[in-house]
Design a protein around this ligand. Structure first.
Ligand code: GLC
Length: 465
């Protein structure tokens, strides 16, 4: 079976978050199950140069021929090819989606070009795949191109985040030259929606956790009607992580390796982390890692920061995002010297070190389709403190119910504070219990294995229809 992934991000080449990490790891797990997986993604400026050019041809787009080069890389430690579409006018820019707080205004065309070029390239390079597996709004409307070109391949759409839907004015869509009946899948009004086209046009739809699948059927953020129309073809499959890349026993980024059996290395990483970041060292280290966006519960942090610090914790934040949150954190560093540190970057190296050295990971998300950071944290014996939503609900259970972390329900500062307070108390008063909790987390299976098999079964079902 041949499956072509088409996506806006692929780690470690160019990634802004969870989407890229999934595209950088799921295809490897599928390849281990015998799937011939390939990936198509743009050659952004941050994709390393020096990749070999394996083809170049012309793609008709928006009424004109455009010369595209295809560069080939491989996912690290694998034989999964990544085909980068090299088209500088669209992709040779400082950002993936935009710069600062602003998206590029031509994003519809940038990603339509990716869809069209991926379809045409796969036809020209080899026989086309059995399935195009597309991800989020950026490639959700690839089925429109298949229809327009009369290609028979099936499509699977994975929704990593329903909050990003890809709405653009009709005039922009009309420039794409798609037939009117095909365009109708994207909507009927003055604004058309890329994700809607995918939901209606894909052979099957997945999202990244079972709970999120239920949540979006209950509240479809404006796409309720089309989601419910396809409810039979929508499943939630939990994300996995690359457990070889994320392995505290074998991790080149961290200061000392460790395992569930012998956690002394974790204590060493903790001391180094405190020292490197200039933190006081009294009280537990609570980390937040991820995009600084409202989705991630940053408002809750803003509303409770002083009370949180009054509990005696050290706060470490790693991630870039909205400038209002970066400004807030910069201020917090000044007001709480030695107690708050924020690193505004997506640094893989620091992510590993923080998971290895922190005591707790805080994820107070407003909503969370899956979330991967809680899985990395669990694997590194860093106990998650999460709000019960989406994939967090499916992966973290409260310790009072024999679980692996701390869970709170309501999206309110008081709920977050009481969960962190329970965690801080455990850290101070019951080291044995805390150690046990770390071990429970570390012994879980977060690999792609079980979920990759679910994707394979889904592909088989789709192909047998
Ligand atoms: C998005 C979601 C996140 C999910 C990731 C990968 O970033 O916000 O919850 O884990 O996609 O599917």
């Amino acid at each position: 079976m041949r499956v072509a992934f088409v996506a806006a991000e692929v780690a470690p080449f160019a990634s802004a978050g969870g989407l890229g990490e999934v595209i950088g790891s799921l295809p490897k797990a599928l390849a281990n199950l015998g799937v011939e997986a390939v990936i198509f993604s743009p050659r952004y400026r941050q994709v390393p140069s020096g990749l070999p050019r394996i083809a170049s041809f012309s793609v008709d787009f928006a009424g004109a021929p455009n010369e595209v080069n295809i560069l080939q890389g491989f996912l690290p430690k694998s034989r999964v090819p990544v085909y980068f579409l090299d088209f500088p006018p669209y992709y040779d820019r400082p950002g993936i989606y935009g710069e600062g707080d602003r998206d590029y205004p031509d994003n519809l065309w940038r990603f339509a070009f990716l869809c069209k070029a991926a379809v045409e390239t796969s036809v020209k390079l080899q026989s086309p795949p059995d399935i195009f597996h597309v991800h989020d709004w950026h490639t959700a409307f690839l089925p429109l191109y298949l229809q327009a070109l009369g290609e028979k391949a099936k499509t699977v759409l994975t929704i990593h985040n329903l909050a990003f839907q890809g709405w653009f004015p009709r005039e922009m869509w009309e420039k794409l030259g798609l037939p009117q009946e095909t365009l109708r899948l994207a909507g009927e009004g003055d604004w058309l929606c890329a994700l809607r086209a995918g939901i209606l046009g894909a052979s099957a739809i997945t999202t990244v956790s079972p709970s999120y699948a239920q949540e979006i059927l209950a509240d479809g953020l404006g796409l309720d009607e089309v989601l419910r129309a396809r409810a039979q073809d929508l499943v939630g499959i939990l994300n996995g992580i690359d457990v070889e890349e994320w392995d505290p026993q074998n991790d080149p980024y961290i200061w000392a390796s460790y395992s569930a059996r012998d956690l002394r290395g974790k204590a060493f990483n903790r001391r180094r982390l405190l020292g490197e970041l200039g933190l006081s060292g009294e009280g537990p280290i609570v980390a937040m890692v991820g995009r600084l966006a409202e989705q991630k519960g940053l408002d809750l942090l803003v509303a409770s920061l002083d009370r949180l610090l009054a509990l005696g914790i050290n706060l470490v934040v790693l991630g870039a995002g909205e400038s209002r949150y970066e400004d807030f954190l910069r201020n917090a560093e000044k007001n709480w010297p030695g107690r708050v540190r924020a690193l505004f970057a997506f640094s893989l190296e620091w992510a590993h070190r923080i998971f290895a050295g922190a005591d707790f990971l805080l994820m107070p998300s407003r909503f969370e389709p899956c979330g991967l950071t809680q899985l990395y944290a669990l694997r590194y014996g860093t106990v998650p403190i999460v709000r019960a939503t989406g994939g967090l609900r499916d992966t973290v259970w409260d310790m009072e119910k024999g679980g692996n972390g701390f869970v709170f329900e309501e999206y309110r500062p008081e709920a977050l504070l009481s969960a962190v307070e329970r965690a801080a108390r455990l850290w101070r008063e019951d080291r044995r219990k805390l150690l046990e909790l770390r071990r429970v987390g570390m012994s879980g299976d977060y690999s792609w294995g079980p979920s990759a098999r679910k994707y394979l079964e889904l592909y088989e079902r789709v192909l047998s229809r």
